[in-house]
Ligand binder design. Structure first.
Ligand code: FAD
Ligand code: NAP
Ligand code: SF4
Length: 677
């Protein structure tokens, strides 16, 4: 039992009494499909993954979604509760979590019309805008079968040692689809009136409760804000919440936004705890504990929400990928040692949506717990790392953690490399946290940090380092365009660091991640809605007064157009932003279009002169009359120190390969190198 007076987050560490059982604190690890479900040796790996989070202090874990029906699964596969031997395998997971002092619920997820196979069903045959398959209308018999599948699956979970189940009723999946007319146009007992439309979730919960008895947790994930036209009204959400509590739900979890909604709900641009105002109102109307979620990534914010009474528990998912010890660090008043989730989605959601195993940009060990083991070295070495960007920082802390003696050099007067530029982009303020984390770790682990020192080959050759790591990063590419030396031309570094002044009319050459970020930087007049919840809601047209159906119907977006005229240009003919993250690229693109940024594909740059930038777009000559041209045309490796170096050395990050370099690769490569030295 924790003593709630000993640390800075008394409400967060208050146990939650559920009557038949108690949770040790108020942290729920939210459901994430990680891909571990589908790899060889999946149960041992899931046991390691969830077990590490339970050891790290999480009270209640919800697994990634498991599908209960052949109407969700690829042809030839069966739901796991029908497969022989699955109980024993799942016991590995529940045992690992229980040994860590945590509790675990399995999420039952019926994907309905989001299922990516031909045999999909939904209340009505209405295609989702994000799925090419058209669902079949579920027959009465099929609906009864699906309810039974939830019941059988719950019984299986009980047998496998799970403490409960989470029934996924939000994000626009099967159950959610029955609730609203947008997707349910039936005229039988499952459609028509609201009472009929909510019959499915109520029947599922009632029959599951009947089967599992009173001492088993049923979490229901309720869509509190659909963020789509034709979504539920707030009164309907409350009506459903109350009815669900009556038929046996133990805890109510929050869903914000259907998958097909075109409003960001978890990306880094979304303010921290942006949606806890929803549960703040809902909680007072519901007789069971309510969990709030979305962009809660540090213990201060979690404590604030809970102590204000906005919810009874907080759900954090990605923050526990980023740091499995989040909770124990908070409990020990070591929040500054938490490796914070920066909500980039680059290694978690983007991976899942492209068929790769989940990991984490700031923590490559996530989901590779059995493979990437940071163990003490038997032969400590004296290691020089040149460059304190993400690659060098990751190498430094991992090598020091293993017991190596590490000196980290940087020519700059601060650590961070290009992250010092990234953190200045409106909406990327979270990048500060990664640098704070590395700073704390290096101090704790005794890394000798030498700043404002541009290292030379001679210096390294005359030193007594055993190993040298070159993490010197990149230099911006200067494209060969006539007039590139004109005084109106600047590179992105000088723009973001404020070294040069930029006029009101700008052309950006290059529309990769950095081109988009520079456009974002230049389009804002200092304001950033990612730290202002009401401004963010106004920008995306979300009604905070609970009057609009789905939270958005009939609202207007309040966007401040860019005070500059900005052209974002690329040579490729495809739409701009294709290289951006799968789950965040659309947000960047939409955000810039809303601010009036002009996007030009298929540019052939002719020349830059006093008039501006001359381009051919297809066969049409165009003059972009601008004050400045900003070059964001990619990067080239900076590895001059590798020439003439007479010591064993390693190249990592941008110094190794500049093409398609991102912080995910840089940190992963640095961590793996440090594990191998
Ligand atoms: P760098 O970060 O470039 O660090 C290299 C360091 O080496 C520098 O600090 C430099 O001073 C030092 N150095 C070089 N030579 C010497 C020497 N001789 N002696 C001493 N020190 C030396 N990536 C993402 O994954 N997601 C994003 O959202 C994202 N956003 C970005 C936004 C912007 C505006 C920018 C500019 C970059 C962004 N990136 C992003 C890219 C990411 O920052 C880089 O991929 C990453 O920083 C590369 O890490 P690195 O350690 O290889 O090199
Ligand atoms: P990038 O993504 O490779 O984009 C470079 C851009 O410059 C492209 O639009 C390219 O498109 C253009 N270009 C390349 N060579 C050119 C030339 N010779 N002349 C004119 N244009 C040229 O690189 P970046 O934008 O510099 O970003 C660097 C890395 O940082 C990226 O790999 C990215 O992953 C990472 N990053 C990520 C994010 C994020 O949000 N995830 C944000 C910022 C940076 P055309 O060839 O079509 O013109
Ligand atoms: Fe968070 Fe990015 Fe890691 Fe995903 S990859 S958990 S969003 S830091």
């Amino acid at each position: 039992m924790h003593n709630s007076t000993e640390h800075s987050y008394p409400t967060l560490f208050e146990p939650l009494n559920l009557g038949f059982t108690s949770l040790r604190n108020r942290v729920l690890m939210g459901s994430m499909h990680t891909g571990l479900e589908d790899v060889p040796d999946s149960h041992a790996r899931m046991a390691a993954f969830y077990g590490e989070r339970a050891n790290g202090g999480v009270a209640l874990i919800v697994t990634g979604g498991f599908m209960p029906s052949k109407y969700c699964l690829p042809e030839g596969t069966t739901p796991l509760f029908k497969e022989k031997g699955q109980v024993a395998k799942h016991r590995l997971i529940t045992k690992a979590v229980h040994e860590g002092g945590g509790k675990i619920c399995l999420q039952i997820l019926h994907t309905g019309r989001y299922s990516r196979q031909e045999n999909l069903i939904a209340p009505s045959p209405i295609k989702s805008p994000i799925n090419r398959f058209i669902p079949h209308e579920a027959s009465n018999e099929q609906i009864e079968g699906e309810i039974q599948a939830f019941v059988d699956f719950s019984a299986f979970c009980q047998e496998a040692g799970y403490d409960g189940v989470e029934i996924m009723g939000s994000e626009g999946y099967f159950i959610n689809e029955f609730i609203v007319e947008r997707t349910n146009q039936r005229t039988d007992q499952w459609g028509g009136s609201y009472e009929n439309r909510i019959r499915l979730p109520l029947e599922i919960v009632r029959r599951v409760r009947e089967r599992v008895g009173e001492e088993f947790i049923i979490i229901y994930r309720l869509s509190m804000l659909d963020l789509v036209e034709g979504g539920s009204s707030y009164a309907e959400v409350v009506q459903l919440g109350k009815a669900l509590a009556e038929v046996g739900v133990t805890i109510m979890n929050t869903g914000i936004g259907w998958h097909e909604a075109t409003i960001p709900t978890i990306a880094t641009k979304v303010p921290r705890a942006a949606f806890s105002w929803v549960t703040a109102k809902f909680k007072d109307e519901i007789p069971v504990p309510v969990i709030t979620s979305n962009r809660i990534n540090n213990p201060e914010v979690a404590e604030e929400i809970l102590s204000r009474g906005d919810a009874d528990m907080v759900s954090m998912a990605r923050p526990l990928l980023a740091d499995s010890d989040f909770v124990v660090k908070a409990e020990a008043n070591k929040a500054d040692e938490i490796n914070t989730c920066i909500a980039c989605n680059q290694a978690c959601l983007d991976h899942i949506f492209s068929g790769q195993l989940t990991s984490c940009l700031v923590n490559p060990r996530a989901c590779s717990e059995l493979e990437l083991v940071i163990s003490a070295t038997e032969s400590p070495k004296y290691i020089a790392i040149i460059g304190a960007g993400p690659a060098g920082l990751a190498t430094a802390v991992t090598a020091a953690e293993r017991g190596h003696r590490v000196t980290l050099f940087d020519a700059n007067d601060k650590i961070g490399g290009q992250f010092n530029l990234a953190k200045k982009i409106p909406g990327k303020e979270e990048f500060h946290e990664t640098l704070r984390y590395y700073q704390t770790q290096m101090k704790k682990l005794g890394v000798d940090v030498k700043l404002s020192q541009r290292v030379t080959v001679e210096q390294l050759n005359n030193s007594d380092f055993d190993e040298v790591v070159l993490a010197t990063g990149i230099v911006p590419r200067t494209p060969k365009i006539s007039g590139i030396d004109h005084s109106c031309v600047h590179n992105y570094i000088d723009v973001i660091t404020g070294k040069v002044e930029v006029g009101d009319r700008v052309a950006i050459i290059g529309a990769g991640g950095i081109g988009f970020d520079v456009a974002e930087y230049l389009a804002h007049a200092g304001e950033s809605t990612s730290q202002n919840i009401p401004a963010f809601m106004a920008e995306w047209g979300i009604d905070m007064n609970f009057n609009s159906r789905g939270g958005i119907e009939g609202t207007e977006e309040k966007i401040t157009p860019s005070h500059r005229t900005i052209y974002l240009c690329q040579r490729k003919h495809e739409g701009l932003g294709k290289s951006l993250g799968k789950t965040t690229g659309w947000i960047h693109r939409l955000g810039l279009i809303k601010r009036g940024i002009r996007m030009l594909a298929g540019c052939d740059y002719q020349r830059i002169d006093d008039e501006g930038l001359h381009v051919m777009v297809g066969t049409e000559p165009k003059l972009l009359e601008v004050d400045n041209v900003i070059i964001c045309a990619g990067q080239e490796s900076l590895r001059e120190l590798s020439v003439g170096l007479n010591k064993s050395f390693h190249l990592i990050g941008g110094a190794d390969v500049a093409t398609e370099l991102d912080a995910k690769r840089a940190i992963d490569q640095g961590t793996r190198l440090a594990i191998s030295i």
